[in-house]
Design a protein around this ligand. Structure first.
Ligand code: HEM
Ligand code: HEM
Length: 178
């Protein structure tokens, strides 16, 4: 089935989707790797990188939500069953919530860790303090939302690939720039 320009996401939406997706894959890889490292410079460097990339995603997510507000996604082809459209929309809504909750909980956990939070070496204003229970609470929220995130990323990718590979109904092409 041919995909018209009006049936596709805008170039900015596509760029933000893929840039954020790549950074999130990197954040999972660094996040899972760094938590098992022994205390030392390697662990600190990976935490610092994770925090910097995570805060970059926070900013990009804000830009993306702003862009999404003024640019509605293309309507779905009437051949796509209604339950699939509802499932996709609910997953997308959850992603927008997680794109906020995941970095926000990480930032709050970091703010109550007693350490300065830096973005690529630049310190952010330090308003938090060392508070073990608050640090633990936000760390738990961060870890639990990462589990929810990874489950729904799996569902999202399986859905996208089933459209692109077996159904070939143009849904995957809506977000691919070529
Ligand atoms: C979308 C953005 C983010 C994603 C997808 C993400 C993902 C993850 C993952 C998968 C882990 C490992 C969890 C585990 O123990 O299994 C982790 C840990 C962690 N993240 Fe993030 N993260 C993000 C943003 C941030 C930000 C912005 C900060 C702080 C500024 C941050 C701080 C931390 C910290 C401190 C840990 C270690 C928690 C612990 O001690 O167990 N993260 N993150
Ligand atoms: C961390 C990874 C990812 C996240 C957080 C994510 C998030 C999202 C979100 C929020 C949307 C909805 C955009 C909107 O309508 O405003 C979307 C659409 C889409 N994504 Fe992803 N995505 C990720 C990875 C992927 C991957 C790896 C693929 C392909 C294998 C993919 C394929 C698609 C497709 C085809 C759409 C359009 C669906 C439709 O028009 O109903 N995504 N994604």
């Amino acid at each position: 089935m041919a995909t018209d320009q009006k049936d596709r996401y805008t170039r900015v939406a596509m760029a933000l989707h893929w840039l954020i997706a790549i950074l999130i894959f990197a954040l999972f890889a660094i996040g899972w790797y760094m938590v098992d490292l022994p205390r030392g410079p390697d662990r600190s460097a990976n935490f610092a990188l994770h925090k910097s990339v995570g805060l970059t995603v926070f900013l990009l997510a804000a830009v993306r939500i702003g862009w999404r507000f003024f640019h509605r996604p293309p309507p779905h082809d009437s051949l796509v069953p209604a339950w699939r459209v509802t499932a996709a929309r609910s997953t997308h809504l959850l992603f927008y919530v997680l794109l906020f909750l995941q970095p926000a909980s990480g930032y709050l956990s970091s703010s109550f860790s007693g350490y300065e939070t830096k973005v690529f070496g630049v310190p952010l204003p330090q308003w938090g303090w060392l508070d073990a229970p608050l640090n633990e609470l936000f760390t738990e929220i961060h870890v639990m939302s990462s589990v929810l995130f990874v489950v729904f990323i799996g569902i999202h990718i399986c859905g996208a690939l089933s459209h692109g590979l077996s159904r070939n109904d143009g849904v995957l092409r809506r977000i691919i720039p070529w």
